[in-house]
Design a protein around this ligand. Structure first.
Ligand SMILES: Cc1cc2nc3c(=O)[nH]c(=O)nc-3n(C[C@H](O)[C@H](O)[C@H](O)COP(=O)(O)OP(=O)(O)OC[C@H]3O[C@@H](n4cnc5c(N)ncnc54)[C@H](O)[C@@H]3O)c2cc1C
Length: 382
């Protein structure tokens, strides 16, 4: 059973060809440089792999069918591009929906064509040095001064932090000690005076994803860069969380399947004690367990994709998809790496980078512990 139709499979063929031709040959350099070429976004945009959900009148694909996003996720995972793909996935799955949903007609004219073509790269800045999981505790402020908002504060761990042109910055516009009702989303643009990017952070994995600190010092943001209404930021952030979390879970399952495929091939070629590694009972059992976990997980993820398309994916189910998919990815890449022996620890084999790239997936987009908190509330509510 597949949730994909012929349109999605045709789309998959072209995404796969693009990933093979335009991404894979450059991954080693991006990993070394700690950043992916900006031009990949525009190139992907030309092929229709960016901004699929942006309305056609603004140059997008005009479809909210998340299966197209899912295909891109799966193909990037299949190719083992754990870091390089993240910026594109963030742009498509996480940030673009906010622009589509909350831009005024004037903002849509200004931003959506660039977002759809890949010429305007986006980011979302919630996390701060002092707070991540507890979003309501952020301390970045925006204070109104005439028809501008003056932003002060710092953000960290921001994906696309270096490459981005438009950053959705989560700020306190009300009482700084206030909670949900005090929060708003402001779009800070590349080059605004007082907006500085810090270091491209030195991570243990996902090296080709640029992850940076951002600093805001008296940045004067025009009122027409406010996304939606003032004071509704927290509510807006909940709107796309299900899609964001499902995307991470879905990537986790696809990355697990890729790890399994590489391992099946490797254990049949490599020998020890005069026999292929595949002939040892331990190898067979590990592969059997991993294959079972991947195959049993897939239908739940598929079901979530179809529920998301129908507008029916609950926060608890999205949290389950994220929790299970990302934990599976960590577990699977670890177990598969073991079967590669010492070669598993070498960067030249895809399993090693896949193992370190996986580690963040149970942390970003809401940690596994936060996912369990959400799921348990639902379970106890009956
Ligand atoms: C590579 C990378 C990319 C990222 N990209 C982005 C991005 O684009 N934009 C962005 O805004 N952020 C981004 N983040 C930040 C990420 O979302 C946060 O790191 C994450 O939400 C956790 O926040 P924290 O690091 O402050 O951990 P903390 O909140 O300090 O958590 C530390 C530990 O305490 C646990 N914990 C916290 N609260 C509870 C609780 N109530 N119950 C039980 N346990 C709890 C956590 O689960 C965790 O194990 C990124 C991070 C990384 C590393």
């Amino acid at each position: 059973m597949t949730i994909y139709e012929s349109d999605h499979e045709l789309f998959r063929d072209s995404v796969r060809a693009f990933v093979e031709a335009e991404m894979k040959p450059n991954v080693e350099r991006w990993e070394r440089d700690g950043i992916m070429d900006r031009s990949v976004y525009a190139e992907a945009g030309k092929h229709g792999f960016i901004g699929m959900a942006v309305p056609e009148e603004f140059g997008g694909g005009g479809t909210k069918d998340f299966r197209f996003n899912a295909v891109i996720n799966e193909e990037i995972a299949r190719a083992g591009i754990g870091g390089g793909g993240q910026g594109i996935l963030l742009h498509n799955d996480i940030t673009t929906p906010y622009f589509i949903e909350y831009c005024t007609p004037e903002q849509s004219e200004r931003w959506l064509p660039g977002i759809a073509s890949g010429e305007l790269i986006t980011a979302i800045a919630m996390t701060e040095p002092g707070t991540g999981s507890d979003l309501q505790a952020i301390s970045t402020t925006a204070v109104q001064d005439g028809d501008e908002w003056v932003v002060n504060g710092a953000k960290t761990f921001i994906t696309n932090g270096i490459n981005s042109d438009l950053v959705i910055v989560v700020c306190k516009t009300g009482d700084p000690s206030g909670g949900a009702n005090a929060m708003s989303l402001l779009v800070v643009e590349r080059g605004m005076p007082g907006f500085e990017r810090g270091r491209n952070l030195d991570k243990i994995g996902q090296h080709s994803a640029d992850t940076a600190e951002l600093f805001f010092s008296d940045v004067r943001v025009p009122a027409n860069n406010v996304l939606g209404e003032i004071g509704k930021g927290f509510e807006y952030l909940s709107f796309n969380l299900a899609q964001e979390r499902l995307g991470i879970g879905l990537f986790g399952v696809a990355a697990s399947r890729a790890a399994l495929d590489w391992t099946i091939e490797y254990v049949q070629e490599r020998t020890a004690f005069g026999k292929p590694i595949a002939s040892f009972q331990n190898t067979k059992f590990v592969l059997a367990e991993v294959a079972t976990e991947v195959d049993v997980t897939q239908p739940f993820i598929d079901q979530c994709v179809m529920k998301l398309n129908a507008g029916e994916l609950s926060p608890a189910d999205a949290a389950k998809a994220k929790l299970w998919g990302s934990e599976l990815q960590v577990r699977t890449t670890d177990r598969c790496l073991q079967l590669f022996g010492g070669y598993g620890y070498m960067a030249e084999y895809p399993i090693g980078p896949a193992f370190v790239d996986a580690r963040i997936c149970t942390i970003y987009g809401g940690t596994s512990e936060i996912m369990k908190t959400i799921i348990s509330k639902d379970v106890l509510a009956g």
